[in-house]
Design a protein around this ligand. Structure first.
Ligand code: NAD
Length: 289
């Protein structure tokens, strides 16, 4: 099986490394020209997509995925599979899937959760939208790069699952940060709050796995000077996608909108490259002990 891979950044590069380590033949293209050992480098997106069984894209935005799709679809063999793992707009994913299918290709959207650490470890969660047959075709490859592979349904549903998940995460991390700052103001130790919340109805991944304060709970970016992890800029990107999607169906996600405003301001203040859990820092500064 010949695989084409386009977009070898923080996520795509280690994903390709894992495919190569599993013995796959990977032809790769990235505008940066940066490739891992064992990848067969190509001179363009068109070049990488010729005569491949599967082409995978891992790109920064929907606009770039659309441009790359227009470039590669004419080169792809009829019956081959186009899998986009980027996080992009739901409607862009559906539009690209229709174009791919009208050109005789299978298409799936397969955004991921787990960040660059999950990409390196091969433990990503893939949320897959598309036909059942296309899902079963790509699943063995996704299993090399991921730990959980979930078929969410029709085209675009992987993107729906991803933005809903991150809307929950963006909201719960802010609520978790506020709770820790409030507890401290009311003279409750952070360690005690963690012990209680992690075993009570306030538990969440944000608290139990990704506690936003150093020295509490499992090792997290808070224990590493808030280096990402998952950056605040990427959290803002996903929250903006959730807001765009909620507008298309006329549903006002109030908590999601507030979380979006919170991260927009946080990033405008120059914190976009920090881990998203660092939203606790201005709360601590605003409310000195
Ligand atoms: P990145 O910016 O590190 O990598 C994107 C890569 O695409 C870069 O290497 C860039 O040179 C390349 N690229 C851009 N335009 C191109 C083009 N026209 N042709 C070929 N290559 C091109 O981004 P990333 O962090 O790897 O994220 C990729 C996708 O995964 C995004 O959609 C992001 O939202 C999503 N995602 C990222 C994370 C994370 O923690 N980084 C987690 C989950 C999902």
């Amino acid at each position: 099986m010949k695989i084409g891979f386009i977009g070898l950044g923080n996520m795509g590069y280690p994903m390709v490394e894992n495919l190569i380590e599993a013995g796959k033949e990977v032809h790769a293209f990235d505008v940066s020209g940066n490739y891992p050992d064992g990848a067969i480098s190509c001179s363009s997106a068109g070049d990488v997509s010729k005569e491949k069984d599967i082409v995978i894209t891992m790109l920064p935005s929907g606009a770039i995925v659309s441009d790359v799709a227009n470039e590669i679809i004419p080169f792809m063999d009829e019956g081959s599979l186009f899998a986009d793992c980027s996080t992009i707009e739901v409607d862009t994913a559906i539009r690209v899937s229709k174009i791919a299918q009208s050109n005789g290709l299978d298409f799936i959207d397969a955004p991921v959760s787990g960040g660059s650490l999950g990409a390196k470890a091969g433990t990503l969660t893939f949320m897959v939208g598309g036909e059942e047959t296309a899902f079963h075709r790509i699943k063995p490859l996704l299993e090399i790069m991921g730990g959980k592979i979930i078929h969410c349904g029709h085209s675009g549903s992987g993107q729906v699952a991803k933005i809903c998940n991150n809307m929950i995460l963006g909201s719960t991390i802010i609520a978790t940060c506020e709770a820790y700052v409030l507890a401290k103001k009311l003279n409750l130790d952070h360690e005690v709050l963690f012990e209680v919340v992690s075993q009570s109805s306030g538990y969440s991944w944000a608290n139990n796995v990704y506690c936003p304060l150093p020295g509490i709970g499992p090792h997290s970016p808070a224990d590493n000077d808030y280096k990402p992890g998952f950056s605040a800029a990427l959290m803002l990107k996903d929250l903006l996608l959730s807001q765009k999607a909620s507008e298309t169906v006329g549903f006002n996600t109030e908590m999601g909108a507030q979380a979006t405003d919170y991260y927009r301001k946080f990033c405008e203040e120059g914190n976009g490259d920090m881990d998203f859990s660092s939203v606790i820092l201005p709360m601590l500064e605003k409310q000195p002990e």
